[in-house]
Design a protein around this ligand. Sequence first.
Ligand code: FAD
Length: 291
Amino acid sequence: MKVKISEILNSGRITISFEIFPPKADADYENVRSAAEKIAELRPDFISVTYGASGGTSKNTVGIASYIQNELHSTAIAHLTCVSSTKGEVARMLDQLAENKIENILALRGDIPKDHPFPIEGGYRYAYELIEEIKSRGDFCIGAACYPEGHIECPHKEDDINFLKQKVDSGVDFLTTQMFFDNNVLYSFLYRILRKNITVPVLAGIMPLTNSRQIKRSCELSGTTLPPRFAAIADKFSDNPKALKQAGIAYATEQIIDLIANGIRGIHIYTMNKPDVAASILHNISDIVGK
Ligand code: FAD
């Protein structure tokens, strides 16, 4: 079953998608396959599979995405970063994705690595260059990342949106946002991108809080604001994993209900290989999304 995500998003209904990351070590492969299977049983609109910025786990991204697409018969999207790849390596990866019948790609640059020069010789500086390359091959549906609070490297939010416009015009079919914990941040961003005539569908990226330290660290690195209400939960329950998970699921649920009530149709949940978290959130909104 081959389905382009652009077709799913154009259906006009509310869509729910989940994200998983591939195993770093081959020994974890079965665990990730099992998580993918349980997540696919929830019948999301699609499942995304992340990609190591260094490309080190690229074969596992293709392997897990192919498993989801061809054996679990759920629509898969493979992330693809270009920061550590030559154009030849990207071409080979695109061949592999096509051979595995994966026709949805989230095209990313990746974070600038500390261990080699940037850009590498014959490589890429920005995601839009990768998107042009993928677009020139024809038949992939292309997603890209966007940052409601601005990308951390870009000092001016307005410039970041101008670069986003260039990226979208290079051939992007839809955008997925960086995590955010205050919905007003997203509403203001959507207003600002519309003024720049960016009109592709935008999926709201929701990160359920299940690990306080990890989330604080990734917010620091990405420049994501922690609203006081969220920070209080992260602090209060940081040493009680079960309570934290319950509170995190409740917070994500509330965020999603508010987004849907305000007309957002695409919800992408960073489920981090946790089928139980995905199932609990879906259960909480089952009548709202009709699943
Ligand atoms: P770009 O769109 O290229 O932007 C990077 C920076 O360059 C921005 O500051 C932008 O303003 C600036 N810029 C863009 N174009 C220009 C230009 N023409 N001139 C000057 N400046 C410009 N990382 C992974 O390693 N693996 C993953 O699987 C992964 N998945 C992600 C999924 C989502 C939904 C998101 C939001 C992020 C993900 N990331 C992932 C992280 C991402 O790789 C990093 O945030 C990376 O630093 C930027 O990637 P990008 O594709 O947004 O880059």
